[in-house]
Write a protein that binds this ligand. Structure first.
Ligand code: COA
Length: 327
């Protein structure tokens, strides 16, 4: 097979559950207020999946929307990668469930566990595999139903997260557009600062440890590292590509918290008008955050053909990533 020098995004799509959880709803559940949540996080609403519905249906809907946008059929796809830490099952991979829901039989399908960095990690893998020539068209999906892992009595975390999925169809590029540079990094020394300690082999489910099966977070520490890491990722992709900061038309930071987003823009030296924000409506959708934002920005005309977009993300692990993409 022929190796390809460049890989580009051919289409995007996203999907969120219908149900919207407002700050007023949360006021009824824990000791919090709309004012506190808006001031500290910028979040006003988030979409929440019905209990027990899993993440695969959302991922499959986002994938269908991306395929339609790309003008391709499911049968054109030979690789499916889903970035998620809230898959339907411990195994098999959610990517295999998406494959089944799309009616595909032979595409390679697997999940990537990199928390909020899951989409950019998956995109990097897809890019590498397509460049070898062994694969042609990949579905890269970031999808989460983190509401299934939230302790709804913990005000430190329950206001922050939302559910959703975003997808991109990627394939070979011959016009110089596409992924110009990517950077992936992790630092496992901080693994305990943002963690769901339950559900795995270290703490298998038992009637005594149900309290372990939920997200725990040292919010301030996460905040501090997030800003530094996302700025570092941006520096790295600019250096790798030779692009300049002023060449960037839109910065899409991981949508975790408005204050983190603003701090990244400020530290990086990018004006507010070039920094994409939708955390107010979606909350932190983890791996889905970047692809939902890319799709929304494209559909709203904030990303047009030829523009240079930087995406930066940070999450549990810690893991972080950045990508520079010419649309
Ligand atoms: C979680 C976060 C919003 C908290 O904001 P903060 O300004 O750092 O707040 P602090 O941690 O200083 O907590 C201040 C107080 O608010 C309280 N508080 C926390 N959540 C609250 C809520 N939802 N409503 C009201 N009070 C709350 C805390 O209990 C604390 O009270 P105390 O001083 O009596 O102990 C912030 O640290 C953050 O966004 N961190 C990053 C989280 C994130 O993005 N994680 C995912 C990354 S991928």
């Amino acid at each position: 097979m022929q190796a390809h020098p460049h890989v580009k995004i051919l289409g995007t799509g996203h999907a969120v559950p219908e149900k919207i959880l407002t700050n007023a709803d949360l006021e009824q559940m824990v000791d919090t207020s709309d004012q506190w949540i808006i001031e500290r996080t910028g979040i006003r609403t988030r979409h929440i999946a019905a209990p027990g519905t899993g993440v695969a249906p959302l991922a499959a809907t986002a994938a269908r929307n991306a395929l339609r946008d790309a003008g391709l059929e499911p049968q054109d796809i030979d690789l499916i990668i889903v970035g998620t830490v809230s898959g339907d099952y411990k195994f098999p991979a959610t990517a295999c469930l998406v494959q089944q829901q799309l009616g595909l039989e032979r595409a390679a399908a697997f999940d990537v566990s990199a928390a909020c960095s899951g989409f950019l990690y998956s995109l990097r893998l897809a890019e590498s595999l397509i460049r070898t020539g062994d694969f042609r068209h990949a579905l890269v999906i970031g999808a989460e139903v983190l509401s299934s892992q939230v302790d709804w009595s913990d005000r430190n975390t329950c206001t922050l997260f939302g559910d959703g999925a975003g997808a991109a169809v990627v394939g070979p590029s011959s016009d110089g557009r596409g992924i110009l540079a990517m950077h992936l990094a992790s630092d496992g020394r901080h693994s305990q600062l943002l963690i769901n300690p339950g559900c795995g082999s270290a703490n298998p489910p038992s009637p005594d440890n149900l309290h372990l099966h939920a997200i725990r977070m040292e919010g301030r520490e996460v905040f501090r590292h997030a800003v530094a890491a996302m700025c570092d990722g941006l520096d790295k992709v600019l250096a790798k590509s030779g692009a300049r900061l002023e060449d960037i038309d839109l910065l899409i930071p991981h949508q975790a918290n408005l204050r983190i987003i603003q701090a990244v823009g400020k530290k990086a030296g990018i004006g507010e008008e070039k920094v994409y924000v939708n955390v107010d409506r979606f909350g932190n959708t983890s791996a889905a955050s970047i692809p939902i934002a890319i799709d929304e920005a494209r559909r709203m005309g904030h990303i047009t053909s030829g523009q240079l977009v930087a995406a930066v993300t940070f999450g549990a692990g810690f893991s972080w990533a950045a990508g520079l993409i010419r649309f």
